[in-house]
Design a protein around this ligand. Structure first.
Ligand SMILES: NC(=O)c1ccc[n+]([C@@H]2O[C@H](COP(=O)([O-])OP(=O)(O)OC[C@H]3O[C@@H](n4cnc5c(N)ncnc54)[C@H](O)[C@@H]3O)[C@@H](O)[C@H]2O)c1
Length: 389
């Protein structure tokens, strides 16, 4: 194994004399992966990607144009043990991003999601037994929390909030306490118990636990980053299953109204992909992180309607009102946003990207793209199975 490069937020300058560490990024051709690769190259790592370039994300593209040329791309499936073994040759650490990504779709394509996300992670770690690396950093997700942390009207913290369906009693979508009083959403810290409300959430939890279970016994370090809603240029605009801002952007680009489930008041944390890429690079390099799971978000919460309106404005489509569907999707959560204090303490992580500037940059990128609007098709898939109500 090569000598470790120690390059993080606390030591941003590239050390020319250090031996180059080699990193394998699974799923590295994807939206987050490409930014992670660029950040790693900037910090002096050599980068190899294993990615099967799934059609839903990449269309028929053989190599994404914004995957840096210095990145070695192996087009292979993470479930292919032989290919993974070869991809691990000479590698010092791994960032594991390869996944099927989509809460709604995971609720009917169970085999595909569980196969890629759970089995793929198992295959990776089985290969790592023969070729252990210094550290594995895995992308987990805020989806594992289910509903975020809440406080009731008497000040008690509530970890197991259950959401309402507006149709039930007309009181709205927000979780209530036992007396029927609305709970108050709080920033969600890592200690909140997971509550797995979708197959995707279950998959991400399996990936996270597999990372922690399989690293220490084999002399490796495992770190997981629980990402909140990641946005930025490069997210697949024609994929209607993931990335709410990309989905809204695709609708607006095609002259359609952004489609918002429930009443649009659900709150999320939107974090820019460049901040996420820095977090992965730091999580790879900084000492004392082994066994840890860290929230990565902006620390600011926004309603989904708010972001749809702001995006429309940034794209010069102020006149386009969002279409508030008034129905919810099975597996969706009401409110979850990020408590960043643990990541701040251990990773020195603070999101740097201003949301308005990030949206302007996204709008500028979107204007240069074409996108097929497949949102109606995705909704029809859910409705056909009774997953929208
Ligand atoms: N985007 C978000 O908001 C978000 C939030 C939380 C967690 N995450 C996690 O971050 C990671 C990256 O997500 P993303 O937004 O970049 O998604 P993405 O779909 O753009 O990237 C995923 C990549 O994995 C590849 N892939 C899929 N199946 C594969 C397989 N069987 N073998 C090899 N490669 C395969 C895809 O081709 C794609 O390039 C995922 O693990 C996702 O669960 C993303």
């Amino acid at each position: 194994m090569k000598k470790m490069l120690f390059l993080g937020a606390r030591s941003p300058n590239i050390c020319k004399d250090a031996v180059m560490e080699r990193v394998l990024v699974t799923g590295g051709a994807g939206f987050i992966g490409r930014s992670v690769c660029s950040e790693l190259l900037r910090r002096g790592y050599a980068v190899r990607v294993l990615d099967s370039l799934v059609e839903q994300v990449h269309g028929d593209c053989a190599r994404p144009a914004d995957l840096p040329l210095e990145v070695e791309l192996i087009n292979a499936d993470v479930r292919n043990g032989h290919a993974v073994g070869k991809a691990l040759a000479g590698i010092d650490s791994v960032i594991h991003l390869a996944a099927e990504v989509g809460v709604g779709q995971s609720m009917y394509e169970l085999e595909r999601y569980t196969s890629v996300n759970d089995l793929g992670t198992a295959v990776l770690f089985e290969r790592l037994i023969d070729r252990p690396v210094r550290r594995v950093v895995t992308a987990s997700s805020m989806s594992i929390y289910g509903e975020g942390l809440y406080r009731d009207q008497d000040g008690a913290l509530v970890e197991d909030a259950e959401r309402q369906s507006a149709g039930d009693d007309g009181r709205g979508w927000d979780p209530l306490d036992a007396h029927g009083r609305p709970l108050i959403p709080l920033a969600t810290p890592e200690w909140k118990r997971p509550s797995l409300a979708s197959i995707y959430a279950l998959n991400k939890y399996v990936q996270e636990r597999t990372t922690h279970i399989m690293t220490a016994p084999y002399g490796m370090e495992g770190v997981c980053l629980r990402l909140f809603n990641v946005y930025g240029p490069g997210q697949a605009l024609s994929n209607p299953y993931t990335g709410v801002l990309a989905i809204f952007a695709s609708r607006l680009l095609n002259g359609q109204r952004p489609m918002i489930f429930e009443d649009g008041a659900q709150r999320r944390d939107f974090v820019h992909v460049a901040d996420v890429a820095r977090a992965f690079a730091d999580a790879l390099a900084l000492p004392g992180l082994a066994g840890g799971s860290f929230n990565i978000g902006s620390g600011q919460d926004r309603s989904v309607t708010e972001v749809a309106l702001e995006l429309a404005k940034a794209m010069g489509k102020d006149a386009v009102e969002p279409d508030i569907v008034g129905k919810g999707r099975v597996g969706d959560i009401r409110h979850c946003f990020c408590d960043t204090s643990k990541a701040e303490h251990h990773l020195g992580f603070r999101a740097q990207q201003d949301f308005g500037v990030g949206l302007a940059e996204l709008a500028e990128w979107v204007a240069r793209q074409t996108a097929e609007d497949r949102v109606g098709e995705a909704r029809a898939q859910l409705e056909a199975r009774g997953l929208v109500a």
